[in-house]
Each structure stands twice: as C-alpha cells, then as structure tokens.
Design a protein around this ligand. Structure first.
Ligand code: ATP
Ligand SMILES: Nc1nc2c(ncn2[C@@H]2O[C@H](COP(=O)(O)O)[C@@H](O)[C@H]2O)c(=O)[nH]1
Length: 206
C-alpha cells in the first residue's frame, strides 16, 4: 500500500539510547511524529498514560488483539507491547512521517505490512556501556536490568535484517546519522511518488 507519509521504525536493545535519539530528532524535525504504543507494563517514574504509552491491563490488551486493533504486537521483557493501527494509519494517510520505537519482532512485522517502512537499528558501542547506561538511567531494578541485558544478545543478532544500523557512541554523531537517514529516505520516497504520478498521468492511468 502507498501513503503520502513515511514510516520509520527504530529498534535497539534496551538502554542503547533509542528514546533519547528519537526525542532529539523530533525536536529538530517537526515533520516526524511519534506513535504511542500500548503496553501491559506499569508506568515508570514520570511516565503518563497516553504520552509515553497507553498503559492497559492484560484483559484490555487481549481485547485489542481479538479486535485486530494492532498492526503489530510482541512479548518483550516479559510484557506485551503493540502499535495500534489508529496510532499510525490516519497520520501517514495525511502525509505525516511517523516514527515507531519498537522491538525487532515488531519491526519485522511492520515491514511485512508496510514494505516501504525504513528499519533503523541502534547499537551501543559495547556491552559495558550498555550495562552502564541502564544502571545510570536508574529506572529499572537490578533483576529487570539483567533480563534486558540477557535479551539484548538476541535483539542485536537481528541488526543485519535492518535497512540501517547506527552506533550510538557519541550522541550528537548518532543523532546526525539518524537525521541524515530520515532526510535522505524522505527525499527518495518523494521522488519515487512524483515519478509514479508523472508516469500514471502520461499513460492516462486513473
Ligand atoms: N550516546 C550516549 N552516551 C551516553 N549516554 C547515552 C547516550 N545515548 C543515550 N544515553 C543514556 O542512556 C540511557 C538509556 O537511553 P534511552 O532511555 O534513550 O534508551 P532506550 O534504548 O530507549 O531504552 P528502552 O528500550 O529501555 O526504553 C539514558 O539515561 C540516556 O540518557
Ligand atoms: N513490538 C513492540 N515493541 C515495543 C513497542 N513499544 C515499545 N516496544 C519495545 O519494548 C521494549 C521495552 O520498552 P520500555 O519502554 O519498557 O523500556 C523496547 O525495546 C521498546 O522498543 C511496541 O508497540 N511494539
């Protein structure tokens, strides 16, 4: 399916810095809008329902799965997370660029539905730095941090399936790379849409 807006999907092991990078990108580029996922996990710290996530019960999540309300969903770190169709479809139909911060399972599901989705994987520079970022963030218990680090190996093994890989060592450098990818892909898709429209017109295809 083709829409006037673009879909960017950013995945990374927990703590690699994807939320920080996506937030900084959105401050620089107002055409990029976030998708707010649903999750069964409890809110952390200052998180607000409807801002970081829609925090729902297991029953509510089950209801959405049955109603086919998700474009993708997955079990991640012992919880369920999903992107609702509502979170993205209206906006890309209206021409917005939507960015999803989701895990690799969700990213690969998205690519099956939206073949033009751009998949970007963020890697930390080392295991030591990944652990240290999770510890310094101070949002998760020691058990949760260990679980996230165990899952990180499986997640990072999927990096090759992505269209682009960014190493988030120096934050500003990684942000520059993310910005450049979004900009270049946006131009590429716009040129493709124009070429297709011109050809349709030349061939009188309505
Ligand atoms: N390049 C960087 N150098 C040092 N610290 C960083 C860098 N990028 C992000 N951080 C810090 O690392 C921590 C984890 O970043 P962030 O919360 O963005 O990760 P995440 O990949 O979104 O994790 P999760 O999937 O758990 O939400 C934060 O405290 C953030 O400020
Ligand atoms: N498949 C999906 N994964 C998602 C979605 N929203 C978030 N996530 C991923 O979950 C983990 C943990 O996030 P946290 O906020 O609890 O630290 C992280 O990898 C997210 O990218 C989603 O809608 N679908």
């Amino acid at each position: 399916m083709d829409y006037p807006g673009n879909l960017f999907v950013v995945a990374a092991p927990s703590g690699a810095g994807k939320s920080s990078l996506v937030k900084a990108l959105m401050e620089l580029d107002s055409r990029v809008q976030p998708s707010v996922s649903h999750t069964t996990r409890a809110p952390r710290g200052q998180e607000k329902h409807g801002r970081e996530y829609f925090f729902v019960s297991q029953q509510e999540f089950d209801g959405m799965v049955l109603a086919e309300a998700f474009v993708e969903w997955a079990h991640v770190h012992g919880q369920r997370y999903g992107t609702s169709k509502k979170a993205i479809e209206d906006r890309i139909v209206q021409g917005a660029d939507v960015i999803l911060e989701i895990d690799f399972q969700g990213a690969l599901q998205i690519k099956k539905v939206f073949a033009n989705a751009v998949l970007i994987f963020i890697l930390p520079p080392s295991w030591e730095e990944l652990r240290s970022r999770l510890e310094r963030r101070g949002e998760d218990s020691a058990e949760v941090i260990e679980l996230r680090l165990r899952n990180a190996a499986l997640e990072m093994a999927q990096a090759r399936e992505f269209d682009f890989v960014i190493i988030n060592e120096l934050f500003e450098r990684a942000l520059f790379d993310l910005k450049a990818i979004v900009h270049a892909q946006r131009l590429k898709f716009a040129a493709q849409r124009r070429a297709r429209a011109d050809t349709f017109q030349a061939l009188n295809i309505t």
